[in-house]
Write a protein of this length. Structure first.
Length: 228
């Protein structure tokens, strides 16, 4: 697979690593190449990233970036694509598979309720699939494999119940070693000093100790083509 990331830091790394691990759960031999644009929105660079990945042999593309540069190129070349925070179903009917997106409504309900009841608004509030803060777009059955909807429903239920952890340490390695401890920068300072062990109970506790992501590892199976 190929992935176009905006910036090479935890917010993006956390996202593309979880995407990769999802794919690995159904295809154990999958690998993924990653390129970065150093911009949240640059249609030209995102398109060029898609071209680079496709010409490097990638047969499915996704991204953490905001333009239609990459999806449009994938549609032109007939390469399946998973979009980010929106839908490309109308523009790319023959390549777009699905997307996840953020839904801010649960958070706004939370803060309005806090104001009404006089309760303090939490500094670190994290929503997920169970709160409705992460929403899956409609599957494009023209491109998705038969049975995709059923598998996704099963996985979503397991995530909501806490029966499945995205960063289960048995499912990934760094330098071919399973990690049992990792010190992350949770209580941020100017030097980004690692201060908290974020691995316990068999998984990496991403965004549980603060809302901003701190998963900044490069795991085996993922190659950064331009890490800087």
């Amino acid at each position: 697979m190929g992935y176009i990331g905006a910036y090479p830091y935890a917010e993006v790394k956390s996202g593309y690593t979880s995407f990769y691990l999802g794919a690995k759960s159904v295809c154990s031999s999958v690998t993924m190449d990653v390129v970065f644009t150093n911009s949240w929105y640059d249609p030209t660079l995102e398109k060029e990233g898609a071209i680079k990945l496709i010409e490097n042999g990638c047969v499915l593309i996704s991204e953490h970036a905001d333009s239609m540069g990459a999806p449009t190129e994938c549609e032109t070349r007939g390469i399946p694509f998973v979009f980010y925070n929106g839908s490309a179903a109308d523009a790319c009917p023959n390549s777009y598979i699905i997307a996840s997106r953020i839904d801010w409504a649960p958070y706004f309900r939370y803060i309005v309720n806090c104001v009404q009841t006089g309760e303090p608004i939490a500094v670190d509030w994290v929503g997920d699939i169970s709160t409705g803060s992460v929403v899956m777009a409609e599957i494009n059955d023209r491109v998705a494999a038969v049975g995709t909807a059923g598998i996704l429903a099963t996985i979503q239920e397991a995530l909501e119940k806490g029966e499945l952890q995205v960063f289960d340490t048995e499912t990934w390695t760094v330098n071919y070693r399973h990690l049992s401890e990792y010190m992350a920068d949770v209580d941020s300072d100017d030097a980004y000093t690692p201060d908290t062990n974020v691995i316990s109970d068999g998984y990496f506790h991403e965004s549980e100790y603060r809302s901003a992501p701190y998963f900044d590892l490069t795991i085996d199976g993922i190659t950064l083509l331009d890490g800087n």
